[in-house]
Design a binder for this molecule. Structure first.
Ligand SMILES: Nc1ncnc2c1ncn2[C@@H]1O[C@H](COP(=O)(O)OP(=O)(O)O)[C@@H](O)[C@H]1O
Ligand SMILES: [Mg+2]
Length: 584
């Protein structure tokens, strides 16, 4: 009694409950395919029934041949062959249905996860490596999709097959019952014991895969640095290190699987041999005839194969639940608050311009490590406000506050409309911003495609106008194909300054009321930088523009200059900014 209680407790605790949640989540995707899944299951059940009928027919045929029965020989032969053929046909139909549903579910999960990743809180998501996300997005989704349909129908079909086979055997010889009862508990016990170990190994292998993918993506996107610092050996050693760890983990998992499979197969053999032995004894003692003997032989084989199919559902389900766990971890990260109504209203009053305000803002990424303390700032339509200061002091962090990617720990970050109404900066206010981030943000494709990303229906003229404003049209028009010239990933084929100007043109095409340039002009020469800022203010007089820059020569074009240093934000007077200009 005690041990049963303990077993129940174990089922209730961690891993089973966790698995149950994961399974529920997976099946929420299978929901839309109920009809197909039911059809699939019915086909599987039919296929089993047909092959059972075929076996009975073959038994009859043997009895006819051995003279126990004499009539219906042809009938039985036809029945046997046709049932086998039907069973074959059904199996092929099932494989086609499986593929169809699999692809559809995979696409659905992938699309869903893609959208959800975008909705997730930026700071939480930024703790995951891109390669890790990529790995989850591709291989874990595949595993879950495979399982969302396959698991339950296969369990039902195999279980049905197992029970039907047993019934058939028992029908012809009820004495087989005691054998079955003797074997059952061994089968059931074997699986629970292995479960948590299997989960642990599966998790390890998947984490390893993620790490490997992270390493690969990073390596391939930094080929230039690796080559120039002659780091090829270092990186190839790292790769070998990863490969070795991967090999070790895989072999360890494999060793465990081998032990697990051996035990299961042995159990299967015990089941089938005990049926076989008993059948031989019964034949010898005259209790059954030759036809029944062949039936038992066939069915004991089927019994052990459905048994191992049933048992093999366990590791594949475990693998799927681990993948589900890894996806759920991302999907259930906190969402960004989004107020669609506000967002739509703000979009409608775009043209009137907006101010930005920080009011006594405190922010830290890590507890007790403030990046900003008691900071105030104001930026109005028609102004260029500059953020200057040494690297690593919080300029990009402020840009993230404006974009509502992060929120102040204390104090307020506001958007203010033309009537003076204040809105907290978050996902709802984000569509008002055009943002040129630090670093390269050009995608592979043509220049026009890169720009149209932010405004699908932009005409060529609009694109050219934006490129002109960003001082980019001069070099673009000289490229073969002009705005339709193809560029590689991350702007391959263009210089850094050229990429920056295309990124600025893209931001301008968006025609958002607020423009954020985060060191977006760092690779431009001084006169081009001044020209770009000048164009922006002339062509878009109502824009609120915030730039972070290291270039003193543009500070005098800005209405206000804020210095970000030692967690403090201070407005510089004209003399100070002139002096600061000298410091850089
Ligand atoms: N995602 C992050 N998680 C934790 N700390 C961060 C993160 N991003 C930036 N920081 C820290 O915040 C500080 C300010 O960074 P940042 O705003 O990027 O500086 P700047 O743009 O002025 O060079 C730095 O000390 C940096 O280490
Ligand atoms: Mg920065």
């Amino acid at each position: 009694m005690e041990s049963i209680k303990m077993l129940i407790e174990k089922f209730k605790d961690g891993s089973i409950k966790e698995m149950w949640e994961e399974i529920k989540w997976m099946f929420s995707y299978g929901k839309n395919y109920k009809k197909e899944i039911v059809f699939y299951t019915i086909l599987g059940v039919f296929s089993t029934v047909m092959s059972l009928i075929s076996s009975v027919a073959s038994k009859e045929l043997i009895n006819i041949v051995t003279g126990i029965q004499t009539n219906r020989a042809l009938e039985m032969a036809v029945l046997m062959v046709s049932m086998s053929l039907f069973s074959l046909l059904f199996n092929q139909a099932m494989s086609r249905i499986t593929l169809k549903i699999n692809i559809r579910i995979q696409n659905e999960i992938q699309a869903d996860i893609f959208d959800k990743i975008i909705e997730v809180n930026w700071l939480d998501l930024s703790r995951y490596h891109g390669g890790d996300l990529l790995n989850r997005f591709s291989s874990d989704v595949g595993t879950v999709a495979n399982s969302a349909i396959g698991w339950v129908p296969n369990l039902i079909i195999n279980f049905f097959s197992f029970i039907a086979t047993l019934c058939l055997i028992l029908y012809y010889d009820p004495t087989m019952l005691f054998l079955t009862l003797a074997n059952m508990p061994i089968m059931l016990l074997s699986s629970k014991v292995m479960m948590s170990r299997l989960r642990k190994y599966d998790m390890k292998v998947k984490e390893m895969n993620s790490e490997m993918m992270a390493f690969e993506t990073e390596t391939f996107s930094n080929i230039d640095s690796i080559k120039s610092f002659s780091l090829v050996h270092l990186f190839s050693d790292r790769l070998k290190g990863f490969q070795k760890r991967f090999k070790d983990v895989s072999l360890e998992y494999n060793w465990f699987s081998i032990k697990y499979n051996t035990i299961i197969s042995l159990l299967g053999m015990v089941v089938s041999f005990s049926f076989y032995g008993w059948a031989v004894y019964r034949l010898w003692s005259g209790a059954i005839n030759y036809g029944e003997m062949t039936l038992f032989l066939q069915q004991s084989g089927r019994l052990s194969s459905t048994f191992s199919a049933l048992v093999s559902i366990i590791p594949s389900t475990i693998s799927a639940t681990i993948s589900a766990k890894r996806l759920m971890e991302i999907i259930f990260l906190p969402k960004e608050p989004l107020d669609i109504k506000t967002s739509e209203y703000l979009d409608r009053i775009q043209d009137k311009g907006f101010s930005l305000e920080l009011e006594d803002v405190y922010f830290s990424y890590i507890q007790n490590k403030n990046v900003l303390v008691s900071s105030d700032l104001k930026a109005n339509p028609g102004e260029i406000v500059a953020l200057v200061g040494p690297s690593g002091e919080g300029k990009t962090t402020m840009i993230r506050l404006f974009l509502g990617l992060i929120t102040p720990n204390q104090g307020n970050a506001y958007l203010i409309d033309y009537q003076g109404k204040k809105y907290h900066l978050d996902a709802s206010t984000r569509s008002l911003f055009a943002y040129v981030p630090q670093g390269n943000t050009i995608f592979s494709g043509t220049i026009a495609e890169n720009l149209r990303m932010v405004k699908e229906d932009a005409s060529d003229e609009e694109i050219i106008k934006a490129l002109k404003s960003a001082c980019a049209y001069e070099f673009v028009s000289r490229l073969e194909g002009g705005i339709n010239a193809k560029i590689g990933a991350r702007g391959q084929g263009l210089s850094e300054g050229q990429c920056q100007r295309i990124a600025i043109a893209r931001a301008l095409l968006r025609e958002a009321p607020i423009l954020l340039l985060d060191e977006a002009t760092s690779a431009l020469d001084v006169s081009t930088e001044r020209k770009v800022l000048n164009n922006i203010m002339i062509n878009h007089p109502n824009k609120t523009c915030i730039v972070t820059t290291h270039r003193p020569s543009v500070l005098n074009m800005c209405q206000r200059v804020y210095r970000v240093m030692d967690t403090k934000l201070t407005v510089l007077s004209e003399e100070e900014s002139a002096k600061m200009a000298m410091d850089f």
